[in-house]
Design a protein around this ligand. Structure first.
Ligand SMILES: NC(=O)c1ccc[n+]([C@@H]2O[C@H](COP(=O)([O-])OP(=O)(O)OC[C@H]3O[C@@H](n4cnc5c(N)ncnc54)[C@H](OP(=O)(O)O)[C@@H]3O)[C@@H](O)[C@H]2O)c1
Length: 263
């Protein structure tokens, strides 16, 4: 794990003065990296977790040059839930506290393969649902004890209704969104914010091979909306915002019609 010395920052946070302390799980994700660049510019203290050590080192070095006042890293495969408690305890210790935990890791998976191979379906559910539940169990109890903190988690519009083209990914995100709703209902009264982030299609490595990806949302604009929603302690963010009315319509299409659509 690598560290850089802390320097001053103008960003103030609730409960303590000084730079915001942010733990990022899945820090090499395109969306996470773009969000971290915003926080680095604000002088935040960052603890970055990702499974690819080389990519992680490159992201950490970039964020230091962009102004992060402190950067520490851990190269960990987040599928390994047994490692989570020690990893998270180490991260908050390194940051000397935590204002925000940002969960961004995830896999799209291969829908046709998952329809044939349960092992692949289970892998998608594990990475996108089981592993975040493990992380959030530890993190929510940490925040409840302190009556503070924001848990910002990237789910997806794909979780709002199962579609034949990606229902394994969609169901993993539906489970995650439902878990976050229940967690919010439990911890909001303890002073802890749970933000469910539901992006529509965004131009990142995850979607680069998809048809029409050049028309997907710009990752830097998506990151700006996410950083603002965290600051405002919102409950849910559809991003870009037009996905909120679109998903309202999609959720309300009668099943007898929906089952005939090619979505
Ligand atoms: N892009 C979109 O259109 C879109 C839309 C809705 C929701 N989302 C969600 O947004 C989040 C970020 O995705 P993205 O668009 O930024 O895609 P991305 O650039 O492909 O990022 C996904 C990240 O998850 C990491 N990851 C996957 N499994 C992991 C594991 N077991 N342990 C640690 N890290 C792991 C990947 O690491 P490696 O680089 O090592 O593989 C990668 O850094 C995901 O949760 C995704 O489901 C994306």
């Amino acid at each position: 794990m690598s560290t850089s010395p802390a320097t001053s920052s103008s960003l103030q946070t609730a409960g303590h003065s000084g730079p915001k302390k942010i733990l990022v799980l899945g820090a090499t994700s395109g969306i996470a990296e773009a969000t971290c660049r915003i926080w680095a510019k604000q002088g935040a203290r960052l603890f970055l977790v990702a499974r690819n050590a080389d990519k992680l080192a490159a992201v950490a070095a970039d964020l230091k040059t962009r102004g992060a006042s402190y950067v520490d890293t851990a190269a960990v495969d987040l599928d390994d839930t047994a490692q989570h408690p020690a990893l998270l305890a180490h991260a908050v210790n390194s940051l000397t506290g935590m204002d925000v935990a940002y969960l961004a890791h995830g896999v799209l998976g291969d829908q046709p393969r998952a329809e044939q191979e349960f092992a692949h379906a289970a892998q998608i559910l594990h990475t996108n649902f089981v592993a975040p539940v493990s992380l959030l169990t530890w993190l929510s109890n940490y925040c409840v004890q302190r009556h503070a903190g924001v848990l910002a988690v990237i789910s997806s519009v794909a979780g709002d209704r199962g579609r034949k083209s990606n229902y394994l990914y969609g169901s993993s995100k539906a489970g995650l969104s439902a878990f976050l709703g229940g967690l919010r209902n439990r911890v909001d009264r303890e002073g802890v914010t749970v933000l469910t982030i539901k992006p529509g299609p965004v131009r990142t490595a995850m979607t680069s091979a998809m048809k029409g990806s050049e028309k997907f949302a710009d990752v830097n604009k998506v990151a700006q909306s996410i950083a603002a929603a965290i600051d405002k302690r919102k409950d849910t963010l559809y991003v870009p915002f037009q996905w909120q009315p679109i998903l309202f319509v999609i959720r309300n299409i009668p099943e007898r019609v929906f089952k005939k659509l090619n979505l």
